[in-house]
Design a protein around this ligand. Structure first.
Ligand SMILES: Nc1ncnc2c1ncn2[C@@H]1O[C@H](COP(=O)(O)OP(=O)(O)OP(=O)(O)O)[C@@H](O)[C@H]1O
Ligand SMILES: [Mg+2]
Length: 573
């Protein structure tokens, strides 16, 4: 700031102070029924607003707005002027015609930076830096990263929203939180991102705790792996398995690391699993379980020495791992742990005995969906944990590879029905996945439940660790809850509560942009009724070269999109 502008500012603050004092003394003499009272009151408030702004490093400007109206005939001009006047008045802007000063007005409107003196005096109004900045004609809030994925179109200026969340120069972390009420389009948005990431070669894992079928169509279209975990499904992830992790990249980058006991790390995570399965486990039982786990692994020759994990017949592989049935047998041996054995019996000999197998699925496919929606009640949280635990091991393998873990209906894991350990596990993923070159993306409805556990500690933690937030339609109460957390303005809250399906607000790097998400024909969620349309009526904005950007399926009409209602809109990009 130059010396001159500092002097001007000081003079301005002094003048403001004087005027405020005058207005305050005037208002004392005016009764509050008098019409002048409101004007004076307004002037005092404005005075304080300006004074506060100037005291907070803002500058004082005069702003003039000249509107040029052109028309082919006088009648048309008059009509246009009247319409323009109505429009501006509806926005609370007073307008005056430049009668008898048209020439000066015309010259002032040319880009010569010279405003005629009288016009300047007549049309000036004061603003602070923020107000002036909002009028700056070259400001446009755009998100267009090289190599990003298309999310939609900016509602304000129709520019494409293309984000590369993995670009660490722009985004501090690649995590995203998607919030929205039921049916707002969270799963849809997630799949759109997942399929587009997959096209970029990014490894994608999706954990679907509810309505897993919604993810099946896109998954099979792009040749992904759909793993269903349920009592009735043959697929199984052995939760007791200590998985062989490929450390070659780590060693290449950092040199040989410190050997940590893999058994201890596994048992630590198994404690989370059992605390989900047996929420009322006492402290003593926890110790006994710990002991039983060590004995179960020891029975198969596995100890804290990592060398014992290698299969003597094939050192490239780990030896056969225990399954839940082995733990059950160990627990049955001691009377004090019989209660625990009886509880896990459901997963060993009971209705969910498919859990009692060695892992028979693999995560090598670049697009893997883990559908756990067939699990209900307490088994759902347990299944979600098993799936995440497996994915997390895989995600940590190669730090140089970009990967994204999508967690739909995250409230199931960190909500009131879950427990502290599971919530901490999810939060840990959000906190440290950046270090492994990955992104954690969660979607949640029921914001109240999301912030339910331990006074919202985990919900807030996830939001704070997600640099990008996508807000879809929210109920008024939910929107108010996130308002302070995301520092949303009143207007943004209003917008969010009135969003239509497919519209969202992306908040990242202190930028809030409203986006109607691109529609894609191949990503569909919801019931048959809501899908409604026969296949010939496609709804796909993301068309290019005759293929859909999301799943690369051939589309019938290259470059032309047909809307859901059948009307044709052209969208070529
Ligand atoms: N951007 C969009 N364009 C077109 N249709 C959409 C869009 N977003 C969502 N839909 C449609 O809206 C319906 C609901 O979407 P979705 O299943 O993603 O909602 P949700 O927020 O995940 O709901 P829930 O919380 O109940 O799972 C689906 O029929 C889906 O196809
Ligand atoms: Mg959903």
């Amino acid at each position: 700031m130059t010396r001159k502008s500092i002097c001007v500012k000081i003079v301005m603050i002094r003048k403001l102070g004087q005027q405020l004092r005058i207005n305050r003394s005037k208002i004392r003499e005016t009764s509050d029924t008098n019409t002048d009272f409101d004007d004076l009151n307004g002037a005092i408030h404005s005075g304080y607003f300006l004074k506060d702004g100037l005291g907070n490093n803002e500058d004082f400007y005069y702003l003039n707005l000249l509107v040029t109206v052109t028309a082919d005939s006088v009648d048309e001009l008059e009509w246009k002027c009247a319409e323009m006047k109505k429009l501006l008045l509806s926005q609370d802007m007073n307008v005056q015609p430049c009668s008898f000063r048209q020439e000066q007005a015309f010259l002032s409107s040319l880009p010569l930076v010279s405003l005629e003196k009288h016009l300047f005096e007549r049309s000036k109004r004061n603003v602070l830096t923020l107000g002036a900045a909002s009028c700056y004609p070259y400001t446009s809030y755009e998100m267009c990263d090289d190599n990003g994925i298309l999310l939609g179109v900016n509602k304000h200026n129709n520019s494409l929203i293309i984000v590369d969340i993995f670009d660490s120069n722009v985004y501090k972390n690649a995590n995203i939180a998607i919030l929205g009420t039921s049916g707002a389009g969270k799963s849809f948005t997630m799949q759109l991102m997942a399929t587009r990431m997959r096209r970029k070669g990014i490894q994608v894992f999706i954990v679907a705790p509810l309505k897993g079928h919604e993810f099946h169509r896109a998954c099979s279209n792009i040749g992904g792996e759909f793993i269903q975990i349920s009592p009735a499904s043959p697929n199984c992830i052995n939760v007791m398995e200590i998985r062989k992790v490929d450390k070659s990249v780590d060693e290449l980058l950092d040199g040989p690391g410190v050997e940590k006991s893999l058994l201890a790390a596994k048992i630590q995570r198994l404690h989370i699993f059992f605390s989900l399965l047996i929420p009322d486990m006492s402290h003593e039982e926890r110790q006994l379980l710990d002991d039983a786990l060590i004995r179960t692994y020891a029975n198969l020759g596995i100890t804290h020495d990592n060398a014992t994990l290698d299969d003597p017949d094939d050192p490239e592989q780990y030896r056969t791992m225990p399954v839940l049935g082995d733990l059950y047998d160990t627990l049955k041996e001691v009377p004090d742990t019989r209660r625990l054995a009886n509880i896990i019996n459901r997963l060993v000999h009971g209705s969910a005995r498919t859990f009692n197998q060695q892992t028979n699925v693999s995560l090598d496919n670049k697009y893997t969906v883990l559908d756990i929606s067939e699990l209900t009640g307490d088994l759902l949280t347990v299944g979600m944990f098993v799936a995440l635990d497996y994915v997390w091991d895989k995600a940590k393998e190669n730090r140089t590879e970009e990967k994204a873990i999508f967690i739909d209906e995250c409230w199931q894991l960190i909500g009131a029905n879950s427990n502290r350990l599971a919530a901490e596990f999810v939060l840990e993923i959000f906190k440290i996945i950046r270090g492994y070159g990955g992104s954690a993306i969660c979607a949640t409805q029921d914001i109240n439940d999301f912030f339910a556990l331990e006074d919202g500690k985990y919900g807030k933690g996830i939001i704070n660790n997600a640099k990008t937030k996508i807000l879809l339609n929210l109920e008024d109460e939910e929107a108010r809850r996130v308002q302070s957390l995301l520092r949303l303005s009143e207007a943004e809250v209003m917008e969010i509560t009135h969003f239509e399906r497919g519209s969202g607000l992306i908040s990242t790097n202190n930028n809030n942009v409203t986006v109607p998400c691109c529609k894609s024909n191949c990503v569909r969620t919801g019931s048959a009724d809501s899908l409604g349309m026969p296949n010939s009526a496609q709804s796909c904005l993301a068309l290019t070269w005759g293929r859909c950007l999301s799943c690369w399926m051939p589309t019938p009409n290259p470059g032309i999109t047909l809307s859901r209602t059948g009307a044709i809109t052209i969208s070529i990009f």
